[in-house]
Design a protein around this ligand. Structure first.
Ligand code: NAP
Length: 266
């Protein structure tokens, strides 16, 4: 791609995705905006077209509906102009695991994991064939923290982080950049949508600062960008510890603590 690639952003009607749309528009990228609320995206598109003279298409879709998701996948597979995917659409469900309805959990998993990986799968082969392009996946620090009491949401975000790290390793040699972005609490509608008043929380980042920081990581081609983490040495140490385990896994025998001593078991 010799021209500036177009960017397809999911969850572009509010919050982080909306702000990515503003920032990529400022950078001169054409946009394809995806979310359910077409009217909100049309209003954003009208303003950004006027301000930046770029081409914007609004593609309303409920990404939990297989047919609507398939239309976005088709677009990513076929539209050679799209060189960047921002996999941002996501949701949370309030309450503890035993209070959450099974169907709501199904929706959460469908949006945060199934849709995200299907969209990545739709675009990745084309980007790899072109030898360039980017997939940005919005994960969360909650994916590192079972202690936060958001088990299903956090599990979906752990999936996004793992997937991104794996795809970064697989696709970087083919010229494709994959970035995981891990926000912590950020002032967007996701809190209200899942029943929490964001004003009751402390340490909440404004969405503009979050996206600007994520784009610093993008420009540096970081694999994992954690805007709220001030001491990056903590993340690096955690990764080093994880990697140190890897050569230890291939063992013919169980660890000594699991060895059954003859006569000691009933
Ligand atoms: P948000 O303002 O609620 O935005 C969520 C976006 O996803 C909206 O554009 C929404 O648009 C779209 N969306 C929701 N359900 C959808 C569906 N079924 N199909 C298609 N689009 C759908 O929240 P946000 O904070 O910007 O969230 C963006 C991402 O950041 C999410 O992945 C979230 O998990 C992650 N994140 C947020 C925080 C935080 O504290 N805000 C922290 C860590 C990670 P429609 O309603 O128009 O469909």
């Amino acid at each position: 791609m010799n021209t500036i690639p177009a960017v397809l952003i999911t969850g572009a009607s509010s919050g982080i995705g909306f702000t990515y749309a503003e920032r990529f528009a400022q950078r001169g990228h054409d946009l394809v905006l995806v979310a359910r609320d077409g009217a909100r995206m049309e209003a954003l598109a009208t303003r950004l077209r006027q301000q930046h003279g770029i081409a914007i298409e609004v593609l309303p879709a409920d990404l939990t509906q297989p047919g609507e998701l398939a239309a976005v996948e088709k677009r990513l597979r076929e539209d050679q102009r799209i060189g960047i995917l921002v996999n941002n659409a996501g949701m949370n469900v309030g309450g503890s695991f035993i209070d959450q309805a099974t169907d709501d959990i199904g929706q959460l998993v469908a949006l945060n994991t199934t849709a995200l990986v299907r969209l990545a799968s739709a675009i990745a082969p084309r980007l790899a064939a072109a030898g360039e392009g980017t997939i940005i996946n919005i994960a969360s620090v909650v994916g590192l923290a079972p202690e936060f009491g958001m088990s299903v949401y956090g599990a979906t975000k752990a999936f996004v982080l793992f997937l991104s790290q794996g795809l970064h390793l697989e696709l970087a040699p083919k010229g494709v950049y994959v970035q995981a972005v891990l926000p912590a609490a950020t002032r967007t509608e996701i809190w209200q949508r899942s029943g929490t008043d964001v004003n009751t929380l402390s340490g909440v980042m404004e969405v503009g600062e979050l996206v600007d920081a994520a784009l610093v990581g993008f420009d540096r081609r970081e694999a994992v960008t954690i805007p709220p983490l001030h001491d990056v040495a903590l993340w690096e140490a955690s990764e080093a510890t994880r990697r140190a385990m890897l050569p230890e896994f291939a063992q013919q025998h169980a660890a000594a603590r699991y060895q059954v001593v003859a006569g000691s078991e009933q």
